[in-house]
Ligand binder design. Sequence first.
Ligand code: SF4
Length: 467
Amino acid sequence: MTLNEKTNNYLPEQCAYAKRVQAILAERGVQNPQAHIVTFGCQQNVSDSERIKGMLLLCGYSLTEDITKADFILFNTCAVRGHAEDRVYGNVGATKKYKKANPNLLVSVCGCMAQQQSVADKFYKSYPYVDIVFGTQQHHRLPEFIYRRLTSKRVYELTLDNANIVEHVPISRDGTLKGWLPIMYGCNNFCTYCIVPYVRGRERSRDPQEIIKEATDMVNNGFKEIMLLGQNVNSYGKGESHGVNFAKLLRMINDIEGDFRIRFMTSHPKDCTEELLDTIRDCKKVERHIHLPFQSGSSKILKQMNRYYDREGYLKLIAAARERLPDVEFTSDIIVGFPGETYEDFCETLSLVKEVKFTSLFTFIYSPREGTPAAVMPDPISREEKGKWFDELLKTQDEISKELNLSLVGKTVRVLCEEKTSEGLICGKSEYYSSVCFEGSDDMIGNFVAVRIEKYHNNTLYGAVIN
Ligand code: SF4
């Protein structure tokens, strides 16, 4: 893994801290310091971790998969679900023994969970071996935090200023073929079940020219898929003076020379405009797949979720998209068992799933998050009952996925070849987001090939390359 982006413009004071960190580690006899990063949660966190890794490389660390060899361990945390939080406490607790073995080891916790004051306080009081805690908007200061800890007290930095976007942070990307490109941060929507606006702050969009520069660098470095990221990616540009909205940004990225494709997530239905649908139709590099979370098929529940659309509006949007893009595939997120949801409400979700026919779904049983309005709403339905609804939804979706996949047999799709399986087949994703496997040679990896689908078996499409 190498530092694959220029760091020339990175904040000079952070570069200076990075040099001081290197000098201190050398003085203390820490030869070839190594860092181990554990990332929980969504793609935004994965992307943040790539920037954190970039800064650690700048500080002289190399990256290791072996936690027992690390001189720096960082947990980039997620606050969306309770069980992920429990895992973080367990994992952080386990670092105590590594500290005993290695007195130079630093332990850090950051991300959405750490951003919550109550959680940060808990780390401060109950985990004295945690050296550095920082929130979701302070990544770029990591060299400074390490320097401060090496020379002084434990560091706790949770400032959310809602304004700043720091550019030119060095990046160490995890892959060489598919890469994340954050275009905006935060969220203004305040869905009543969601903690994100409280821990990631208000929406801020990156400057379009910075995004184009980063996307161009990625393409020039051989990336074949760029995933544009944001908590609410299609509200990109709102409130910014540059006048570039998400549709315009897509057109600008589509115009970058090279053979690559563009994906984006996560979209909010309220910001999925006709202009955006026209843009997806017109831009050949934008994939024919839209992830459009609807969360519930009941207008009553959508109102309680504060989602700004109703069942009818969502279905109209799907129809408008299919009118322009007859072959577009949809995926979605669904929450089962939101407080106050009845079986009748759930049946409306089921009927919407049957009507739209999503390729796949990300389904969750509602999990209360402290500090959100939904966490204090009456919730009389038992977890066991919600589990039955959930199973019914999965069964319905399995049948739909099978039907949709079988309908692809005989069609030709364009696949980005990503890897070779243990059975020797080449696998990759089509422009519709489906996984496809076929016989091929190693030199196909990293390239696009046309594949005619021959069969669907065990949740996988199989095909043959055509010339
Ligand atoms: S749109 Fe809603 S669910 Fe998505 S990040 Fe914003 S508040 Fe959370």
